[in-house]
Design a protein around this ligand. Sequence first.
Ligand SMILES: Cc1ncc(COP(=O)(O)O)c(C=O)c1O
Length: 397
Amino acid sequence: MTICSFQPPVRTLMGPGPADVHPRVLSALARPTIGHLDPAFVSMMDELKTLLRSAFRTDNALTMPVSAPGSAGMETCFLNLVEPGDKVIVCVNGVFGGRMQDNVIRAGGEPICVQDPWGRAVDPNKLEDALKAHPDARIVAFVQAETSTGAGSDTATLVDMAHRHDCLTIVDVVTALGGSPVEVDAWGIDAVYAGSQKCLSCTPGLAPISLNERALAKVRARSTPVRSWFQDLNLVLGYWNGDGQAGGKRTYHHTAPVNALYGLHEALLMLAEEGVEQAWQRHRRHHLALRAGLEAMGLELVVPEAERLPQLNAVSVPGGIDDAAVRAQLLSQYNLELGAGLGPLAGKIWRIGLMGYSSRPENILLCVGALGSVLNEQGLAVDTGAALNRVQQALAS
Ligand SMILES: Cc1ncc(COP(=O)(O)O)c(C=O)c1O
């Protein structure tokens, strides 16, 4: 066997993530590697934190990327904030809420699960009932944008409710950040984590996080050490912020993923250039155009309109159509990746992502045109021409 350099096929990524990475980010990644304590790198880190704060809409001093994927952002929040014995109310309406529950157990806490149907937002009334039933709960955790279903929850209301019952909040904005409103300070979120590979148009592997002073006070007051050395924020901050070090000087904690951070810096710079609110509007506009095309083909969106995420569109697979065969044909003939359903929705839905650099008019036209052709080939009569017209009209309006 001869092994050569790996040349990936060029795909259009319209699944649940990773999304397409912007060429500016790819070229930033290829810049020369420098030392992670080099003064030039340290000033890039400072800019990166400033850019992250404006993406999260926060002034939190502790705002930084964890050097690992979104799941590590999740673990960092739970391992630092949950102490053995802490009761944590976890709202579960899909895969990632379920993972939060698992994280609470692994951190030694006691999860109280509030279950909502897959494909629906978290129900604030159920949270209120759980808070009343468990007045000793310390933390409320939920996913703002549930990537497994495309349902978006009302973070402002849920956080406010948690605070009225003296709970801190941990919110997953992995799929939300950059694609739909995330207002860390205005909504009072205490701890939040995201991922680089969704609406930020960066490569996978980094997890921006932000904690406010209330959350940090709980971390500092722990009576037991954080169970992960790598993710102990008390230690990581010596590197990212110079906390606890003489003269605020940064010290070695781990070797930062230098080039990956160049990529995130570029991605966040692009978001700032576009404007965070303009990026939210772009995602919404493109969602409406995709929806117009899908509905013109007779396809149905799973999530009720008021709870739909613009960046992740869950579509019911029509009866008699083989979900996997359609996705395989889209990939082989059109280099187009759509996502499959997970858990109870496996085989029943497609997940069409319009995230970050993937959220472009040409991708919507490609997706609607290719899906229409493949469905016709699979025996479902759909009017692809009419659907493409509807997309164009929606984009023009
Ligand atoms: C809502 C949500 N949370 C957490 C994660 C985990 O992120 P990662 O796959 O980068 O570890 C994902 C990934 O898709 C996600 O969509």
